[in-house]
Design a protein around this ligand. Structure first.
Ligand code: HMG
Ligand code: MG
Length: 296
């Protein structure tokens, strides 16, 4: 069974220039909740100055209709973010750091070491509140400021987050530049120490290799956790040049044709993104949206 986390409401929307109305965000999450996807990253409790598009995450999460069996999560950078997450009653939080210092400094204004220390009380308190915990390691293959990142720099960050108590690690190809050989090199090292069930892969699709990378991780290494974003939305304001995440509908199509069991419908994810299209200042990036084929 493939475990897909839909990150469109967070990674997808955080990078949009146009103002997306609150009710449109709520409707987007509600539609995604009916696609069969079991986990939705619904927002981010970060500084509104850093990411203005996520400033209304508290209200968005308060207003959504929670579907039974769906996990709703949010990004949390510090204890102030955790306070908001607890008030909003999310099921899961995601702390986030990186494998390269320059990106981390620009993104969360901390060294990698400082960020780990900042997460310690966050994770302890989240565990006491029985929340599930994800740890993101961004720039795990390439950094927009430092270039290629060796797997040996990524593994210690994964180890630290797991040692702090994270349940799973989402390994981020933040600028969508990884290729299958780089995915193999990192997974060979990581899976010598940790089980594949603790690992999720988060591919942006700047160079069109996200699906190939995901297939490599699944078929060759047995990784079953992937992040994807309806419509191929996504990016990070602190990662210049990065394009969207792999599109949920595209990943579903390819994986299902390869025999994967995933309890979600590609057309439903595509429709959820389509409903958002009028609010964006660019066309949807999924291959599904770009194709002229009638989809059923
Ligand atoms: P800082 O400036 O060092 O923080 O930012 P601070 O503690 O000094 O506070 C500065 C101001 O922010 C204060 O407000 C705080 O109250 C406020 P002021 O007094 O100036 O009015 N503040 C907060 N407000 C609301 N919620 C909070 C919060 N914390 C502080 N939780 C900080 C440090 C981490 C807060 C900031 O840099 C930040 O929020 N960064 C978030 C950046 C971000 O969200 N980036 C995108 C997500 S990461 C990503 O996209 C990658 C990923 O997809 C994986 C991949 O692709 O690789 C996950
Ligand atoms: Mg991302």
């Amino acid at each position: 069974m493939i475990r897909l986390t839909e990150v469109g409401p967070r990674d997808g929307l955080q990078n949009e220039k146009s103002i997306i109305p609150l009710e449109t965000k709520v409707a987007f999450i509600n539609t995604l909740s009916q696609t069969g996807l079991k986990e939705i990253e619904a927002g981010a409790f970060v500084s509104a100055k850093a990411i203005p598009q996520m400033a209304d995450s508290d209200e968005v999460i308060k207003r959504i209709d929670r579907a039974p069996g769906v996990i709703y999560s949010a990004l949390v950078p510090n204890e102030a973010g955790l306070d908001r997450a607890l008030t909003a009653k999310v099921d899961k939080i995601a702390v986030f750091t990186a494998a390269s210092e320059t990106f981390n400094q620009k993104n969360i204004r901390a060294t990698i070491k400082e960020s780990i220390e900042r997460f310690r009380p966050v994770i302890n308190r989240a565990k006491a509140a029985r929340l599930a915990i994800r740890g993101y390691v961004s720039t795990a293959f390439h950094c927009p400021y430092e270039g290629a990142v060796a797997p040996e720099r990524v593994l210690p960050v994964i180890e630290e987050l797991l040692a702090l108590g994270a349940d799973e690690i989402s390994i981020g190809d933040t600028i969508g530049k990884a290729n299958p050989d780089e995915v193999r090199a990192l997974l060979e090292l990581t899976l010598k120490k940790f089980s594949a069930v603790r690992v999720v892969l988060h591919f942006h699709d700047t160079y069109g290799r996200a699906i190939e990378n995901a297939l490599t991780a699944w078929k060759e290494f047995g990784v079953t956790g992937f992040d994807a974003s309806a419509g191929g939305l996504g990016g990070c304001p602190y990662a210049p040049g990065a394009s969207g995440n792999v599109a949920t509908e595209d990943l579903l199509e390819v994986f299902k044709k390869q025999g994967a069991e995933i309890p979600a419908q590609s057309w439903a994810a595509a429709n959820a993104a389509q409903a958002l299209a009028n609010h964006l200042d660019h066309p949807l990036r999924s291959r599904w949206a770009k194709s002229n084929e009638p989809h059923g």
